[in-house]
Every structure is written in C-alpha cells, then in structure tokens.
Ligand binder design. Structure first.
Ligand SMILES: CC(C)(COP(=O)(O)OP(=O)(O)OC[C@H]1O[C@@H](n2cnc3c(N)ncnc32)[C@H](O)[C@@H]1OP(=O)(O)O)[C@@H](O)C(=O)NCCC(=O)NCCS
Length: 151
C-alpha cells in the first residue's frame, strides 16, 4: 500500500452536515473510548497510534459522534509528523459520508497547524482519498515507514 500526498493549500471547504452527526476534535478524557473503539474495530496497532495522537495538546484526533455514540475517528501526527491516519468508521455507519467528513476535518486541522502537505501513510482505499481530497500516490513509498513493523 503506497503513501499518498495531499496538497493542503488548495483543500476544498468542509461540507456542512445536516444529519445530526457531529465531527469535532476529541479531548483527553475521551482517549480510552477512542482507543477501545480502535482496538475493537481495527486492532491494537491503530489503538497505539490513537494514544500517541492523544498525547498532543490539543489532541490530534477528530471524532464523529451521533447521539452520544462514537461512529469513527481520524488522527494526525501519530506515526510520523505530517501523517494523516489512522482513520476508521464502524462498519454499521459506513456509506453516510462520515469517513469523508472526518478526512476533511482532519486535513483542515493539519492545515491550521501549519502543514502545507499531508501524507496518508499506507493508504488502503486509494481511490477514496484521490476523490475526496486530490491525493497523489508517492512513487516508491510502499512499504515506506512501516517496513518490518511488529504486529
Ligand atoms: C475508508 C472509510 C474510512 C470510509 O468511510 P465511510 O464513512 O464509509 O466513507 P464515506 O461514506 O464518507 O464515503 C464517501 C465517498 O467515498 C466512497 N468510498 C467509501 N469507501 C471507499 C473505498 N474503500 N474506496 C473507494 N471509494 C470509497 C463512497 O462510496 C462515497 O462516494 P460518494 O460520495 O460517491 O457516495 C471506511 O470504509 C473504513 O473505516 N474502512 C476501514 C478502515 C480503513 O481502510 N481506513 C483507511 C486506512 S488508510
């Protein structure tokens, strides 16, 4: 899976939501909720990345919440500076624009933090990123920073 690069200086505006899903930055007391969610839905490697993103102040973690329930999350600066991810949406909540909303909110947060580009590390759904935010594949980036990673 290659890394992708996203130019943040020409990022599209975030689309307003009218479906009751709130996408916002997480706060420290929510760390265990998000890490447990990441473990349950995606595995402990992603929970580790979430924990590191929570160590920043403000947390480098955006979450999607509906009626008090966590639907998904996205991180930045977790495994490397300037990296977007991991991100994940609970299977039952997919296909409702939650993943796209988390992506755009997080990329805007990175832009505000001073980055000109975001790197999407080991991108799984490459077409999703190409379509949502104009991501471009980085030649020679697979396996990149994750080579030999322990699981
Ligand atoms: C990838 C993921 C975050 C997308 O979340 P989602 O909430 O289902 O996505 P959205 O509903 O916001 O999708 C927005 C658009 O992208 C498309 N899309 C969603 N997943 C896609 C995929 N895997 N590949 C290509 N297009 C995709 C949708 O069809 C939708 O298109 P539309 O605007 O034409 O209707 C989610 O599928 C997920 O958690 N996957 C498992 C974890 C993962 O792979 N994370 C990324 C690691 S780099």
């Amino acid at each position: 899976m290659p890394d992708l690069i996203v130019p943040l200086y020409k990022l599209a505006a975030e689309a307003p939501r009218e479906d009751g899903v709130v996408i916002r930055r997480a706060i420290t007391p929510e760390m265990h909720v998000v890490c447990d969610f990441a473990t349950q839905h995606f595995g402990r490697n992603w929970a580790s990345e979430c924990a590191v993103a929570f160590a920043a102040q403000p947390a480098g973690v955006l979450i999607a919440v509906e009626d008090g329930a966590l639907l998904g999350f996205a991180c930045y600066d977790a495994t490397a500076k300037g990296f977007f991810g991991p991100t994940g949406v609970a299977e039952a909540a997919r296909g409702r624009g939650v993943g796209a909303g988390l992506l755009m909110a997080t990329l805007h947060a990175m832009r505000h933090a001073g980055y000109a580009y975001a790197v999407i590390g080991a991108a799984g759904p490459v077409d999703f990123y190409k379509r949502q935010c104009g991501a471009i594949e980085i030649p020679g980036s697979d396996p990149g920073i994750y080579e030999g990673m322990l699981r």
